[in-house]
Design a binder for this molecule. Structure first.
Ligand code: DHB
Ligand code: FE
Length: 289
């Protein structure tokens, strides 16, 4: 039976890729951001995940305006990164877990989520940078991955409520996965930011603080925000909060906050990081009995 360990949620600002490549972790601009990660490394060293299910938003590398699925689940044996034109060095390929991908796809479709299934999928900075932050240092990635891409490019975007329910469906499917594997979920993006237009550079510290509290103890509170509410409160790209809520939805037990960090700004973004630990309430077999 799979063990759900918890969730790590992190910003994915492209500038982080350049900072990693140039070894600028101690640079005064980047230090308050990178200093958030050693406690995450310590938690991962204890949790020892085998696989990471990653809720992220593709920014036009794999999907573009011509074809844009609302939710897409990777089912590839390997996922490659490619040049996105931001100047981020590309990272080494990730190993997939096709058996888990197909288990999730079967469960999601049975649960009435009409997802797109992708046997080939390039992954962009929203997936590669959090992975590089969680497992720095090169070499083989220590986890297999299942990427779940959420539409954050073309409106209408999936609502927070739908994103939360997608995460819950993934959580139920993982609970029912008949494999002795240790699973972590990631949610990447956010928090408040707006990259263009009249409000470029917009950041809302009070709203971000509310989100970081609510995501622990009252995540359903966040599902009451419409996409338009969210754009107003968190900026046009603050809607990446959808990935955080999906990751939180996948935690089926009691949830505690192990660690968080928040720093303004990295590039245009209020960069935030959280580790949420999952404490299973009851073994699924016991519940079924
Ligand atoms: C920035 C933030 C993002 O989430 C992103 O995908 C691209 C750029 C930024 O703040 O520069
Ligand atoms: Fe982004």
């Amino acid at each position: 039976m799979a063990t759900m360990l918890g969730a790590v949620t992190s910003s994915h600002v492209p500038a982080i890729g350049g900072a990693i490549a140039k070894g600028m972790q101690q640079d005064p601009y980047f230090k308050p951001f990178f200093d958030g990660f050693p406690p995450v490394h310590a938690w991962l060293a204890r949790a020892k995940p085998d696989v990471a299910v990653i809720f992220y938003n593709d920014h036009g590398l794999n999907f573009f305006l011509d074809k844009l699925p609302t939710f897409a689940v990777g089912a590839a044996p390997e996922y490659r990164n490619a040049d996105e034109g931001w100047g981020i060095p590309t990272v080494r390929p990730f190993k997939g877990d096709p058996a888990l991908s197909w288990h999730l796809i079967d469960a999601l479709v049975a649960d009435e989520f009409d997802i797109t299934m992708c046997q080939e999928m390039l992954v962009d900075h929203a997936l590669t940078l959090p992975m590089a932050l969680l497992w720095p240092g090169g070499g083989e990635w220590p986890v297999r991955i299942v990427p779940i891409a959420m539409n954050h490019v073309q409106h209408p975007l999936p609502s927070l409520r739908r994103s939360w329910r997608l995460g819950q469906a993934v959580g139920r499917a993982l609970e029912a996965w008949d494999e002795d594997a240790r699973v972590v979920v990631l949610g990447t993006g956010g928090l408040s930011h707006q990259l263009d237009g009249r409000r470029a550079g917009f950041i809302n510290k009070a709203f971000d603080a509310m989100c970081m509290d609510a995501i622990v103890d009252d995540p359903e509170r966040l599902t009451r925000y419409s996409t338009h509410d969210l754009v107003r409160e968190a900026g046009a790209q603050g809607t990446e909060l959808m990935t955080w809520l999906a990751a939180r939805g996948a935690l089926t037990g009691r949830v505690s906050r192990i660690h968080s960090n928040y720093h303004i700004p990295i590039s245009n973004t209020a960069a935030a990081l959280m580790v949420l630990e999952n404490h299973p309430q009851q073994a699924p077999q016991a519940r079924a009995a």
